[in-house]
Design a protein. Structure first.
Length: 555
């Protein structure tokens, strides 16, 4: 199903120079676009700052109004696209090997030396060597951060690319937003057997100016690029539907695109999808200096506050072994994944948002209401498109039988118009919580939802897929096909159903499995095959049923 929103230009193929120019123009012109009225003098000053004519500046402002993303301002020159390749594929492969194996070394060989070696390799296989200009062009479009890290080391790369402002004081809502993760100090239980499944991860999103929690994500998986994408999406989008599914009456008014996101140096914050997704929507990424947790003080204190309150719940592991003493955390655990998610939401939306904050002198909710009275916050043009901008992806060629990802075939008639074009790799984005469908990014930036080619297949998670492939490899299989993968997953699910009441790991795996069936993709319910029944009400939990599982917040 193709997006109904206006087409958005793809940014992942834009050259670094063109993208830098577009983002600079976006920074200068975005305040004029968002202003109620602008004078000719303001336009003239912006044109002078950008080195453009006033007429050209007006045209760029019009483009940015029609499509409020930085990619709208990418300069599209005539002729061959930047980065297009005309050399034979065999020569291109030799160049790639030369750049990655020879040039990107800590010994820092010169470009001329690597080029001489490349010419020898080409002649050895009977190929005409490329020109020095062509080789230099391929090096120029290589990942600069990766290049510096490999040639000069991680310290030099961090000093060059991981910059941070001197202060985290924010003058208005969403000017600076912090994201961080922690493992929750609480043991959870399985919905059915009420037996322990272990501790979940919490990803929290905090607004520095108002101290409002913009969003959070609970997961049984360690932090990843996908969990960051889901947390950012929940923080930016309205949450009325999320609250209704969980029978939560407390207000959660926060929504909007932040100006900057402040994060640590975790690998999940350095993914290309996260960095380009932020750039696409005019969000600056601020990295903490390595090994300096003090720079994350605001969100670290909130994490500590929430963990302190969680330690009053049955099944807590406390913050350390000394505090835990001989408390039997697993034996006392009684909250399921969904029940704890609802309790955490009520704690945030109730006491935390409405109690007087020591640093603010007023409740965060009151600070937010006062600071947002003007209604000047930015919001995504397309909610689903915003999530897709941050999802992880792999590049694949669209063929007559569709696309293949993770050894699973996906097919849809909406891909037919791509078959007459030259075979090029396209980005195939996926949601790790449910692999029943993927999203193929078209050249114009729109996305097509492509389901399983075999619609009889049950939805699975990426975690289940990896476990199945690992099990098949352990059996000595040299190749793994789609039929074997789904067969292995079906067998594993049968084993889990039998062992669920015995092993904590088996119960934890079963909860992961259930996520694939309760997840919705782009507003469409996932297939019901293999769906686990909901748990009966437990007299030990004085809470109403938590409602349906959201398609965004749980993975």
């Amino acid at each position: 199903m193709q997006q109904s929103a206006k087409s958005r230009r793809s940014v992942l193929d834009v050259s670094s120079a063109a993208w830098e120019l577009a983002t600079k123009r976006s920074e200068v012109l975005r305040p004029l676009v968002e202003a109620d009225r602008t004078s000719r003098l303001e336009i003239a000053l912006a044109a002078q700052r950008l080195g453009l004519s006033i007429q050209h500046t007006y045209r760029l402002i019009k483009k940015l109004k029609e499509e409020p993303t930085a990619s709208a301002l990418v300069h599209r020159s005539r002729g061959p696209r930047p980065g297009s390749k005309r050399l034979p594929d065999a020569v291109e492969r030799l160049i790639t090997v030369a750049v990655e194996k020879s040039y990107q070394q800590r010994e820092k060989p010169t470009l001329k030396r690597v080029y001489r070696e490349l010419c020898q390799e080409c002649r050895a296989v009977g190929r005409r060597p490329p020109s020095m200009k062509a080789f230099r062009a391929r090096v120029a479009v290589a990942d600069l951060k990766k290049l510096v890290r490999r040639r000069e080391g991680p310290v030099a790369a961090d000093a060059r690319f991981h910059q941070i402002r001197g202060s985290l004081e924010a003058a208005q809502p969403l000017q600076i937003v912090q994201i961080d993760h922690t493992k929750v100090d609480l043991m959870l239980v399985d919905d059915l057997t009420r037996s322990s499944i272990g501790r979940p991860w919490l990803t929290l999103v905090l607004d520095v100016h108002t101290r409002m929690v913009l969003g959070f994500l609970l997961s049984l998986e360690a932090p990843s690029a996908a969990s960051v994408a889901l947390a950012v999406t929940q923080a930016v989008l309205p949450k009325d539907g999320w609250r209704a599914e969980r029978l939560i009456e407390q207000s959660w008014p926060t929504a909007g695109i932040p100006t900057a996101i402040h994060v640590d140096n975790g690998a999940e914050f350095h993914s290309r999808a996260f960095e380009r997704g932020c750039a696409q929507h005019g969000i600056e990424v601020l990295y903490r200096p390595p090994a300096t947790p003090r720079y994350g003080g605001h969100i670290e204190r909130l994490m500590g506050t929430l963990m302190g309150r969680i330690q009053a719940l049955p099944g807590t592991t406390f913050s350390n072994v000394v505090a835990k003493g001989d408390y039997p955390a697993e034996a006392r655990a009684c909250l399921s994944f969904r029940e704890f998610e609802r309790i955490l939401a009520l704690e945030v939306l109730g006491p935390y948002h409405n109690e007087i904050h020591r640093s603010l002198g007023c409740p965060p909710a009151a600070r937010w209401a006062k600071a947002t009275q003007g209604g000047s916050l930015r919001h995504p043009v397309d909610d689903q498109g915003f999530l897709l901008d941050f999802l992880p992806f792999q590049e694949r060629v669209v063929r007559r039988d569709g696309v293949r990802l993770f050894n699973i075939q996906y097919q849809d008639g909406a891909l037919a118009h791509l078959l007459g074009q030259p075979a090029t790799k396209m980005r195939v984005k996926y949601d790790p919580r449910n692999l029943a469908a993927v999203f193929v990014e078209l050249p114009d930036g729109d996305h097509v939802r492509v389901p399983y080619a075999d619609l009889r297949r049950a939805p699975i998670t990426l975690w289940e897929h990896r476990e199945a492939v690992r099990a098949l490899r352990d059996e000595g299989r040299r190749s793994v096909d789609e039929h074997a993968i789904f067969g292995a997953i079906a067998a594993q699910r049968a084993i889990l159903d039998e062992a669920r009441g015995v092993s904590r790991q088996a119960r934890r795996n079963a909860v992961r499995r259930e996520m694939a069936h309760t997840t919705t993709v782009r507003g469409e319910a996932a297939p019901e095959a293999g769906h686990l029944p909901a748990a009966d009400d437990d007299a030990r939990i004085p809470l109403p049923p938590p409602g349906m599982t959201s398609g965004v917040e749980i993975w």
